[in-house]
Design a protein around this ligand. Structure first.
Ligand code: FAD
Length: 460
């Protein structure tokens, strides 16, 4: 590793910031990271943020890049598909892919973030400061302002390059807006739904009480519940519900009788597994869900937004962290090509990445409707079955939209969206118009779907 002259300042030691710190350290830069929260390896700060997440191939590619994939695996629980729970308590499983060996991983946010911090700190050219909140950035002079939570002291840090990896509420992004040095486009769209986390504890012998091989979904149209397994036998359950619309919403579920009525009528089998619902429902925070899009991400060759700070998305495709990790992979490749020309690197990076991050933001919104509603719809189920059969029979030639987004780190999100949407439309048209004769051999169905998909792509 050759030592580089530039001092790099990273704001935020979350998933993206700690991975970026590790990678920049490997490249020989002097890296300083400031994080507003305490060190999660020594303090329990899980409340309020998703406790576990789905890590898939794009994220794993980043772990391979920094050489820690084998250290991540012990934190992972493979989930091979969705387990749908209907209102009567019946379940049906739906694989994520017709190809064998394809799964996403349930992983602890704290465990993964802690590992990344520890790996970054192994490099002597990395220093991480906790409890230091960035309050603004002088982007022209690359000076970041901080406040220390412990001492209340205010101080400034000068760096050659500043990265904003400070999540959806980014202080660097706010400074772009407030400093008005350039035309900065910005949009933030909240869903009318928020989320709240609950827990299915481990069984008496530390066992998982429902299948740990699946991501569980209780789709109910206007709202839904999902659950991902944890290594200790528990599941983290997330309720997605409107703040103020419909018969049941966060604003009117104000007492335990109403909450119990809601769960008893809508999620009876889940209720049986959540013994502490009264405490958890009223003590765990309700989080908002939104999409942030903005441009440009950089100011000259001085500052860059990365991860959620540049493109926060709703969690329904399980890709926010994966996309943020992929940011670091793409950035690293472009940095290599431009060899120290930061302005060219930042511009080329945004050019390479913006269309893809816009696409995953849109796909995540699509999946919001798919998960809470369509997964239980007979037409959707038939389409999904056909997709699985096609993937199984033509593993080298047929890739569903979900597979392209989740399991193919070599295709960009934008291309996956374009082809995947056309394929979905083709399949749904053919099924709805009864043009697919499922008694026919799969090869002729495959040809029919490819033909219809090409026609749709040509029309667009
Ligand atoms: P963050 O993780 O938000 O990290 C930002 C860091 O910056 C934090 O540590 C924060 O404390 C710090 N910070 C913030 N402001 C300041 C400041 N002013 N000064 C200093 N430090 C600051 N993604 C997936 O891929 N799969 C999933 O299954 C998935 N599930 C999700 C479920 C939910 C309910 C939610 C809300 C999100 C989910 N995501 C998922 C998305 C994922 O959490 C984010 O995309 C990911 O955390 C982005 O990483 P980041 O480092 O860019 O931002």
């Amino acid at each position: 590793m050759t030592q580089k002259e530039e001092n790099i300042l990273i704001i935020g030691a979350g998933l993206c910031g700690s991975l970026l710190a590790l990678r920049m350290a490997q490249r020989g830069y002097q890296v300083t990271v400031y994080e507003s929260r305490p060190d999660l390896r020594t303090t329990d700060i899980s409340a309020g943020r998703s406790i576990n997440l789905a890590l898939s191939d794009r994220g794993l590619k980043a772990m391979k890049m920094v050489g820690i994939a084998d250290k991540v695996t012990p934190f992972c629980i493979p989930m091979y598909g969705r387990m749908i729970h209907d209102i009567e308590g019946n379940t049906f499983a739906s694989n994520y892919s017709g190809r064998t060996g394809k799964y996403i991983n349930s992983i602890s946010r704290g465990g993964l973030n802690g590992l990344l911090l520890t790996e970054a700190e192994k490099y002597e050219n990395v220093t991480i400061h906790f409890n230091k909140k960035c309050t603004g950035v002088d982007i022209e002079n690359t000076i970041a302002k901080f406040k220390c939570y412990a001492t209340k002291e205010k101080f400034e840090v000068h760096a050659d390059i500043i990265f904003g990896a400070d999540g959806a509420g980014s202080a660097l992004r706010k400074s772009y807006y407030l400093e008005k040095k350039f035309l900065f486009s910005y949009s933030q769209n909240y869903l009318t739904h928020g989320y709240k986390e609950l827990e299915i504890p481990a069984g008496k012998i530390g066992n998982h009480q429902i299948s740990k091989d699946h991501l569980h979904i209780w789709p109910r149209g206007e709202y839904m519940l999902i659950a991902l397994p944890n290594l200790d036998g528990s599941f983290t359950v997330t309720l997605f519900l409107s703040y103020d619309e419909g018969e049941y919403n966060f604003n009117n579920l104000t007492n335990i009788e109403k909450v119990t009525e809601f769960f008893k009528t809508q999620f009876p089998d889940a209720l049986d597994l959540i013994p502490d619902i009264d405490h958890e429902f009223f003590n765990n925070p309700t989080g908002a869900l939104g999409t942030v899009k903005c441009s440009p991400w950089c100011y000259k060759g001085k500052t860059l937004l990365i991860g959620d700070a540049a493109h926060a998305i709703v969690p329904f495709y399980g890709q926010g962290m994966n996309a943020s990790f992929e940011d670091v992979v793409v950035f690293d490749e472009i940095l290599e090509q431009h060899q120290g020309d930061w302005s060219a690197t930042f511009k080329a990076y945004q050019k390479a990445r913006k269309e893809d991050t816009d696409a995953i933001a849109d796909l995540a919104i699509d999946n919001y409707f798919e998960m809470r509603d369509h997964v239980a719809n007979p037409l959707f189920k038939e389409k999904r079955k056909l997709e699985m059969d096609l993937e199984k029979t033509f593993p080298d030639n047929y890739f569903s939209k979900y597979s392209m987004v989740t399991f193919d780190e070599n295709i960009g999100y934008a291309k996956a969206m374009k082809i995947g949407r056309a394929q979905d439309k083709a399949l749904l048209n053919l099924i709805a118009d009864h043009e697919i004769d499922t008694s026919k051999d799969l090869k002729s169905i495959f040809d029919q779907v490819q033909q219809e998909t090409s026609e749709i792509l040509e029309e667009d």
